[in-house]
Design a protein around this ligand. Structure first.
Ligand SMILES: [Zn+2]
Length: 236
């Protein structure tokens, strides 16, 4: 046991906590949920466009029907005049007759357009229903992706809480060590492994071989032993 073994333990707890916090940041479920939100958003846009189109087609349909109704009223009016007996002059009667014919021609052209428009309305409505189904399915995917994300976050947050408790314990065990301040500085600056045990003459931080002379120095070190290459804390 080295007198700085508590620091190694603290580093392990700090690294575990870092790993969990990093996982919280980079949860795969987060990406899946973001993609599901994007799909749902574009399905919503498509549905809005399809709904808008159906409404426009129906307005056009309604205006065709209004025009047809208006023409029908004019035709009826002209027929009443024609057969009402108030107009006697043949020329005038012929004029009314040809006006009726013209109005009827206009009306039948409009009726054809109205039938076409009705078909367009049906197709538009079909497209709207498909867009609605797409949107519903995108919404349900989003809901389950969000559920999975929240479950994953809850689970990780519980792990983080217990890792924090373990880290706090390790930290109070190391609190009396003079090297704690150096450990904190190195970790703040470099992150990751800042203290390691010499293993087969190799530094655990930089993985470089330590000279035999330096190894002897390390063993006799009265202060905090540090690697000759990377200056990280190195326990002989
Ligand atoms: Zn080193």
């Amino acid at each position: 046991m080295h007198e700085l073994d508590e620091l190694l333990e603290l580093q392990e707890r700090d690294s575990e906590l870092d790993r969990l916090l990093h996982r919280l940041e980079t949860l795969e479920e987060r990406e899946v949920a973001a993609a599901a939100a994007e799909s749902s958003q574009s399905a919503r846009t498509a549905l809005d466009a399809a709904t808008e189109r159906v409404m426009a087609l129906r307005r056009e349909q309604k205006s065709l029907e209004d025009e047809i109704e208006m023409l029908t009223a004019r035709i009826e009016e002209a027929n009443r005049t024609l057969y009402g007996g108030t107009v006697k002059a043949t020329r005038e009667l012929l004029g009314i007759q040809s006006e009726i014919e013209m109005l009827e021609k206009q009306r039948s052209a409009l009726e054809e357009s109205a039938i076409e428009k009705l078909l367009e309305c049906d197709m538009g409505e079909e497209a709207r229903l498909l867009a609605q189904a797409d949107f519903d399915s995108a919404e349900s995917s989003l809901a389950s992706a969000t559920d999975r994300l929240n479950t994953a976050i809850d689970k990780l947050e519980r792990e983080i809480k217990s890792a924090e408790e373990a880290r706090d314990l390790a930290r109070s065990a190391a609190s009396a060590l003079a090297a704690l301040e150096l450990y904190d500085q190195l970790r703040a600056k470099h992150g990751g492994i800042v203290i390691s045990r010499l293993s087969d003459g190799v530094c655990g931080s930089c993985r470089l071989q330590i000279s035999a002379v330096f190894e002897t120095q390390l063993r006799n070190e009265t202060g905090t032993p540090r690697c000759e290459h990377c200056s990280m804390i190195l326990l002989p």
